[in-house]
Design a protein around this ligand. Structure first.
Ligand SMILES: Cc1cc2nc3c(=O)[nH]c(=O)nc-3n(C[C@H](O)[C@H](O)[C@H](O)COP(=O)(O)OP(=O)(O)OC[C@H]3O[C@@H](n4cnc5c(N)ncnc54)[C@H](O)[C@@H]3O)c2cc1C
Length: 325
């Protein structure tokens, strides 16, 4: 799974130039590292971004149950992926391979830099997006879905994970005879299919989308004490446009979505007849959260079903007591 020697390595792990490094240094702190020290692991939420100043660090991922080193980063290379922006649980771990020094930039400072410095912002965003594409292509992450092509709930969960850009390993009971041993290991009956295994230990039997979102901390970046100027229900093209232009007018905007950003347009393989695009387009990237970030909407889109309730002092949005705004 390693990217070393791989053509795409420099795309995934570009080296910072002097100016970009200086910009990050202005808001980061330098710390010494010891060999084998863990900088963050797959349980860590809202960790900072690390730039290698000397020594080296390695990114470790789990795919199909096996742990392996994705890449070793040297001087001028940096960690980070889309979870860095959303505040969700990291999909990889990072440990020090050779002692040295790193620059640590916390999430708030990173968001500030990405909003205010287009050159550094674009460099980081591009690397984060490329890394997520790599993780999805190599099924690196914390999700295993066991299902069947004959099950509509399997299709629903696959679509939910794909449309939310969450990497997962798919095991099909109809195609892989070895899956029975996985089912036995967790005491799962065939009637429980589809089964979602989160982080190797939480087993959900035929979960709803909301249960899957909770299990993967998909709403972890949401600060429920925040006060919003505008809350938009539905992250289809209309909701996304309202959020982007609200945010660009200085409003603290939040979009909540019960399924995945993109709405109906996100489920279409080709958009035709769209103003300004006479030939139509297939590119899915405009419908996903990363595009959101580029427009300075510095928060992720929480996955909430949104019956709206009001009390004397506030409006509550959210389907259950675990997540409300
Ligand atoms: C297959 C297909 C192809 C298409 N092709 C084209 C095309 O070529 N050109 C074109 O211009 N248009 C096309 N359209 C139409 C276009 O996609 C829609 O007009 C557009 O998506 C409407 O955007 P919207 O934001 O108003 O609503 P939607 O896209 O329907 O988005 C609404 C969102 O709100 C969410 N939501 C609803 N209720 C709640 C709730 N209670 N809580 C939280 N979230 C909620 C939904 O999950 C959804 O994501 C196509 C549509 C489809 C299905």
């Amino acid at each position: 799974m390693s990217t070393e020697g791989n053509e795409s390595h420099s795309l995934l792990f570009p080296r910072l130039d002097a100016r970009s490094l200086q910009m990050l240094q202005s808001r980061g702190t330098v710390r010494k590292t010891a060999a084998a020290e863990i900088l963050f692991n797959r349980e860590t939420l809202q960790h900072g971004l690390f730039v290698v100043l000397s020594g080296s660090i390695e990114l470790v991922g789990v795919s199909n149950g096996y742990e392996s080193v994705i890449s070793v980063l040297g001087q001028g290379e940096f960690t980070g992926e889309l979870t860095q922006l959303s505040g969700r649980r990291s999909l990889v771990s990072c440990r020090v391979s050779t002692a040295g020094e790193v620059l640590e930039v916390d999430r708030a400072s990173l968001h500030h830099i990405m909003r205010t410095d287009a050159v550094v912002g674009n460099l980081l965003l591009n690397a984060f997006v490329q890394r997520r594409i790599y993780l999805i292509a190599n099924a690196v992450g914390d999700a295993v879905l066991i299902g069947s092509t004959h099950s509509s709930d399997t299709l629903r969960l696959r679509s939910f994970l794909v449309r939310n850009g969450h990497p997962y390993t798919y095991l099909d009971i109809d195609e892989d005879p070895d899956i029975q041993s996985v089912l036995d290991q967790f005491g799962i009956e065939l009637a429980d299919i589809p089964v979602l295994i989160c982080r190797g230990d939480v087993v959900l039997r035929a979960p709803s989308n909301a249960e899957a979102a909770v299990c993967f901390d998909l709403n972890a970046g949401l600060d429920q004490t925040d006060v919003f100027d505008v809350v938009i229900v539905g992250a289809g093209p209309s909701g996304l446009a309202a959020a982007v232009y609200g945010a660009s007018e200085g409003l603290n905007a939040l979009v909540v979505e019960s399924n995945a950003p993109g709405g109906q347009a996100g489920s279409s393989s080709r958009i035709e007849n769209y103003l300004g695009f006479p030939l139509g387009f297939r590119d899915r990237s405009w419908r996903t959260p990363p595009t959101f970030k580029r427009r300075s909407l510095a928060r992720d889109c929480p996955l909430l079903e949104a019956p709206v309730r009001c009390n004397a002092s506030s409006i509550l949005i959210g389907s259950n007591s675990t997540t409300e705004v």
